[in-house]
Design a protein around this ligand. Structure first.
Ligand SMILES: Cc1cc2nc3c(=O)[nH]c(=O)nc-3n(C[C@H](O)[C@H](O)[C@H](O)COP(=O)(O)OP(=O)(O)OC[C@H]3O[C@@H](n4cnc5c(N)ncnc54)[C@H](O)[C@@H]3O)c2cc1C
Length: 104
């Protein structure tokens, strides 16, 4: 088998790289030691950082995230009996976090 790029591992990095190479017309093969079913069922990332969400959009694989994902607009910090909420939309350079349900 001949290919321009061989990617070892079908985790988020390998899968995204394969998709980006495909979009640029660069021939690639991805080798994964586990079965497709195992890779699809395992838990990897439920909350996605903004930069990664943007990269998924660029890779044209963010449709489900766009449909079903929930934008995190804040979080709580617990300190003994105190609970502080941080509102991300109040910060001008706020990172936005996404979360998606576990894949079926
Ligand atoms: C339970 C859990 C929850 C998480 N939640 C989040 C989250 O909410 N947000 C977030 O950003 N991150 C989260 N992470 C972290 C995230 O999953 C990792 O950062 C991410 O999986 C790293 O991706 P990767 O492709 O670099 O490596 P991996 O996901 O580890 O993928 C590597 C792949 O390479 C394969 N492989 C390894 N060696 C070989 C070989 N010799 N031949 C063939 N295949 C091989 C492995 O089987 C694997 O499929 C979570 C991780 C776990 C375990």
């Amino acid at each position: 088998m001949r290919t321009q790029v061989c990617i070892i591992g079908g985790g988020p990095s390998g899968l995204l790289l394969a998709q980006l190479l495909d979009l640029k017309g660069i021939d690639n093969a991805l080798l994964e030691q586990h079965s497709r079913e195992c890779v699809r069922a395992r838990i990897r990332a439920g909350a996605l950082e903004h930069g990664f969400a943007e990269l998924m959009r660029e890779a044209q694989c963010g449709q489900r995230k766009g449909r079903e994902g929930e934008i995190h607009d804040g979080f709580f910090i617990a300190d003994h009996d105190r609970l502080d909420r941080v509102d991300l939309h109040e910060c001008s350079a706020a990172p936005r976090w996404w979360s998606t349900a576990r894949p079926n």
